[in-house]
Design a protein around this ligand. Structure first.
Ligand code: KG4
Ligand code: ZN
Length: 329
């Protein structure tokens, strides 16, 4: 059995896998209601809550599967990138458990876990392009294997999810902004307001979303009778169009016709629809909705892959807040 833990931000995830890689239990505790009044995540609150919730959740998961801690033969935990306080809770907990039980502890990278979550649900041959769109990151990878990710581009400022969250705050909508904006956008006209398409025509695979937020601010400030649904639809369309067009361009440039889209923003229905509309011959894969946002299943799956490939574990590694990925030359 393998125990997997995700504590990189404001979600506490616990999953248990059988040695054959079957998911036996999956728990997720979300702190969203705690942070919502602040319009974003408060790191100090997040880590304290992680500490409070993690152990009872693990105990409950073991109890429901009907196993003892000594039945665990491997452990996987998110080591980064994320909020240091939150990460430290999961990393310290799992290091202690791994040392006590004398089993390997696999350090899982949060971005990689998001991308490979799609492979937990279906077989997709390598190579493929991996577009990771979450609240903390936006990055495009060329993925040749589980241990081979080359960074093609990333955001130079705000992440796509962060842009949704900041826009929601600007419009007086609750956190997290993505689902709320997307719901309002369903009834709106995406062409009503003109918003920029940052870096769309630049010959690289980087992104930038902070200017979009400023453009939205200027619109909101300058116009009295704003149609909120149209504004949300126009904003959502601008973000999605840049993500879709730049990813499809990379797919054609590198001759890699398979695309995996993962992370919280991959739950966005307009993004999914636009990829399907604009793709010509490329296959685009998304996780099921419950695997788009943070969870321990993706951590457990990647941990299980490392365990099965005979890796020895990462007990001496430390958690990290920022990731450094190898750039493709
Ligand atoms: O992957 P995730 O759970 O956490 C990070 O690793 O950051 O992503 C959370 C982000 C938030 O910014 C949230 O607004 C966004 O994903 N999100 C969405 C949707 N659902 C969640 N953005 C757009 N449309 C959605 N339906
Ligand atoms: Zn995430």
């Amino acid at each position: 059995m393998l125990l997997a833990i995700e504590t990189s931000c404001d979600e506490t995830g616990v999953a248990i896998f059988s040695s054959e890689g079957k998911l036996l239990k999956d728990y997720l505790y979300s702190q969203v209601a705690l942070h919502s009044p602040f319009g974003g995540i408060v790191p100090e609150i997040a880590s304290r809550k992680q500490l409070e919730v993690l152990y009872p959740l693990v105990k409950m998961a073991l109890g429901e599967v009907g196993i003892k801690p000594t039945d665990l033969k491997a452990i996987a935990a998110t080591f980064g990138p994320g909020l240091l306080g939150s990460l430290l809770v999961g990393v310290t907990f799992t290091k202690t458990l791994a040392l006590t039980l004398n089993v390997p502890l696999f350090a899982i990278d949060h971005l990689e876990a998001h991308i490979f979550s799609v492979l937990f649900e279906r077989d997709i041959p390598f190579p493929f392009l991996g577009l990771l769109v979450s609240g903390g990151h936006t990055a495009l990878f060329l993925v040749r294997g589980y241990d081979s990710l080359e960074l093609l581009g990333h955001t130079r400022d705000d992440a796509a999810g962060e842009a949704f969250d900041k826009a929601a705050k600007l419009l007086g909508l609750p956190y997290p902004g993505g689902p709320v904006i997307s719901k309002l956008a369903e009834k709106g006209d995406p062409h009503r307001y003109h918003l920029p398409r940052p870096m769309l025509d630049e010959g690289n695979y980087d992104f930038s979303f902070s200017g979009l937020k400023t453009a939205l601010y200027q619109l909101v400030r300058g116009e009295r009778d704003l149609a909120r649904e149209d504004l949300c639809a126009s904003f959502e369309h601008a973000i999605c169009e840049v993500l879709v067009e730049k990813t499809l361009r990379a797919s054609r440039d590198f001759g890699v016709p398979r695309i995996v889209v993962a992370g919280g923003v991959s739950a966005n229905q307009h993004l999914r629809k636009l990829f399907m509309e604009r793709a010509h011959g490329e296959e685009v894969f998304f996780p099921s909705l419950h695997l788009c946002t943070d969870n321990a299943v993706m951590v457990g799956y990647l941990g299980w892959i490392k365990w099965m490939s005979g890796e020895s574990g990462d007990l001496i590694r430390e958690p990290y807040t920022r990731a450094v990925y190898k750039r493709k030359d």
